[in-house]
Design a protein around this ligand. Structure first.
Ligand SMILES: [Zn+2]
Length: 82
């Protein structure tokens, strides 16, 4: 089972989880800058070890293995412009 690193928004601490599922999955979309991202949410199937809550995250914000592993070349440019 694939595991991902999540961050608890309450405790601000990371934990590793393999039991989660995709919800609101609208597939891969391309934004206005041509960046591919997954328009979906990831929901934990079991409570957070830090606060006991069931957290939900934007799939886009996780280190995303769902998108096929292609790193987006546009991300660096965005940071330079700010
Ligand atoms: Zn938590």
């Amino acid at each position: 089972m694939m595991k991902l690193i999540f961050t608890c928004p309450v405790a601000g601490r990371e934990f590793e989880r393999g039991d989660f599922r995709l919800v609101d999955n609208r597939g891969v979309v391309v934004d206005g800058e041509g960046n591919r991202r997954l328009d979906a949410r990831v929901r934990l199937n079991s409570p957070c070890p830090h606060c006991g809550g069931i957290h939900e995250y934007d799939a886009d914000r996780l280190a995303c293995p769902f998108s096929g592993g292609t790193p987006s070349p546009g991300k660096g440019r965005n940071e330079e412009g700010k």
